[in-house]
Design a protein around this ligand. Sequence first.
Ligand SMILES: [Zn+2]
Length: 296
Amino acid sequence: MSDNCNLCGSQEFELLKSELRDEKTKFKIFRCRNCDHIQLLPRPTKEEDKEYYNRNLQDKNREKEIDYEKLKINNEFDTKRHVNLIQELCNNTNCSILDIGAGYGFFINELNQAGYKDVTGIETSYERRSLALQYGTAQVINFDVNKPDRDIGEFNVVTLFHVLEHVSDPIMFLKKIRNLIKSTGILICEVPNIREMLLDNCKEYNDFYWIRAHLNYFGKETLLQCFKKAEYRNVEIVFEQRYGLINLCNWLTTGNPQIEMPVFDICDDYKPVEALYRNYLRSNGRSDTIIAIARL
Ligand SMILES: [Zn+2]
């Protein structure tokens, strides 16, 4: 293994998973023996990643055709959750928001609906950007955070929802993002939590979990380490649980994910149990998602 750890540069690795869900030969998952960071190696080249995302392979590996309306419905829970988070952290609708990795634009359009007018999305995939512009109201630009070709200004809030796990040099990426945040601004970064409980309790889920698109798998400690190395001073960690009890039951009984809608919902009678379940995972740090709220 000639690659260096994405976080600490060490070359000492332990093999963690020898097969990915969607790629069985070239890439494997390793844990760094020095800093514990879990990552996909060998690191894909820039050209490999560019081609991968331009062809929108991540979604096409799952489904042949992109169905915008269906994706929108499936993303609704996260979209609303993210808008609520913005409203909690910055309730002034005049604040400027930059969403990096805007995808199909569901979140930025919902921000417009919620009254936030100064909203910009960055999306490097041509296909996703085109669909976002075709269906949405918010502006979506093509911009390389690692190699900025112009000044796009500074923002009160920068969001990174499920982006950092896709980036080959997360420390450099977070450093570059500093230039896009106002001195009083915040960065909200959400990633999957490698400590989630289901990974330890369901073999089928563990086999399903590891994918070509994810180059980094963070836990609380490695995420904090990443922000520290990118010289953020003040970082708060919040645990969040996206998937609910129905998804858990699906995995434990059938060994399959719950793909069809309603993706995250359970009938009203069981809502209190659902809340207990989510709070249990969050309070133990074993939920499926971690959010870092960082200040410069
Ligand atoms: Zn390391």
